[in-house]
Ligand binder design. Structure first.
Ligand SMILES: *Cc1c(COP(=O)(O)O)cnc(C)c1O
Length: 365
């Protein structure tokens, strides 16, 4: 019998996440040398992984016959100390994507709603639909989360509101005062999820810890995938009220954070030089790519994160053209006239801008 006949019906309406294209796929498809391809599609760290994390990961490999520490003891202790919060306020995940899924598992189900920006991070909608709940998508003027409109979209069925600041894929962030006012305005049975995947790239990230300590239903999600350069290992976490963290703990697998990721993340937190170098390279790269795009006459959406979204017209055509020349960027779901480019090294950014310039020139001639 066909499996679809005995599967849960909501799975047929479940969209699948489209990832940035791996270098190996593009190399195969276009007959290119993989070492000559620049992947500027997934907001990865162009400087590589944190060197300290790499050393720790190699050591941890020697013990991969053993199960990981299911309690994530050392990493929990270090992050708790850094954030000046209790251990019981932390939950780790296989990437912060898993944390977002745990939120959905705990708070969403049929008959409930989750509010999110229409150009918000794609995972919010996917985890909401997967739990049989309804995504309520709110317009984003200027591609920024409109917190007033999001508050107005909250109903008695709302359990979660998802806000990424800076927002991926668009770029703009919300100020600390805006976020605090928004958190205070929400009913006490609605969880505010603040996705801080790019917070470390901001000059000064909003701090909602005082609200959490005060008892508001706020959960902040962080990742080791971006500034720490550990996307391939899958490590992220949430800090939140202890009762909320406790509920998420119930929903996770016992060994969701593998031992290599635990060791590498622990070391990465101490790699201050690497984080500083990444931040500096990103500031320079944002200026380089932003100026380059504007010099080509393109409209660029403001961003302090490690990517820029820009208007290109026929994004698929530009995406294909760039890809065939070895630069992988990212089409943006729901915005067919825009592309998102991750900030790379200076040389990668240069190559991207050169290819884009030739794309625009051949389009005119
Ligand atoms: C990259 C990203 C994440 C992090 O995902 P991981 O699962 O930790 O790799 C989370 N949220 C947003 C908005 C992101 O862009």
């Amino acid at each position: 019998m066909e499996a679809s006949l005995f599967a849960q019906s909501h799975i047929f309406a479940q969209p699948t996440y489209v990832t940035g294209k791996p270098i190996a796929h593009v190399a195969r498809e276009f007959g290119l040398d993989p070492s000559k391809i620049d992947k500027l599609a997934s907001n990865e760290n162009p400087l590589g992984p944190s060197p300290k994390a790499l050393v720790a990961a190699r050591v941890a490999l020697e013990e991969m016959n053993l199960y990981p520490d299911g309690s994530v003891y050392d990493l929990t202790g270090k992050v708790a100390e850094r954030l000046q919060i209790g251990r019981e306020q932390l939950v780790f995940g296989n990437g912060s994507n898993e944390v977002l899924e745990l939120v959905a598992k705990v708070f969403l189900g049929p008959g409930t709603e989750a509010v999110m920006g229409v150009n918000g991070f794609a995972i919010y909608k996917l985890v909401t639909l997967l739990m049989g709940a309804k995504p309520v998508e709110v317009a984003m003027p200027g591609f920024k989360n409109d917190l007033v409109a999001m508050r107005a979209a909250v109903t008695s069925r709302t359990r979660v509101v998802f806000v990424a600041s800076p927002n991926n894929p668009t770029g703009p962030d919300n100020s600390e005062s805006e976020l605090i006012a928004f958190a205070r305005s929400l009913p006490e049975n609605v969880l505010l999820v603040l996705d801080e995947a790019y917070a470390e790239f901001l000059e000064k990230a909003p701090d909602l810890r005082p609200l959490i300590q005060e008892g508001l239903a706020v959960l902040c999600a962080r990742t080791f995938s971006k500034i720490y350069g550990l996307a391939g290992l899958r490590a992220g976490y949430a800090y939140t009220r202890a009762d909320i963290a406790g509920l998420l703990q119930r929903a996770r697998q016992p060994f969701n954070l593998n031992s290599i990721a635990q060791a590498a993340a622990l070391a990465a937190l101490d790699d201050v030089d690497f984080v500083t170098a990444t931040r500096q390279a990103n500031v320079a790269g944002l200026a380089q790519v932003g100026q380059g795009l504007r010099a080509l006459g393109l409209e660029v959406v403001p961003s302090q994160a490690n990517f820029l979204m820009f208007h290109i017209g026929n994004a698929q055509a530009a995406f294909q053209y760039l890809q065939a020349r070895g630069t992988i960027v990212r089409p943006v779901g729901g915005l067919p006239a825009y592309l998102r480019v991750s900030i790379g090294t200076q040389a990668q950014n240069d190559r991207f801008l050169i290819h884009l310039k030739s794309y625009l020139e051949q389009k005119i001639s």
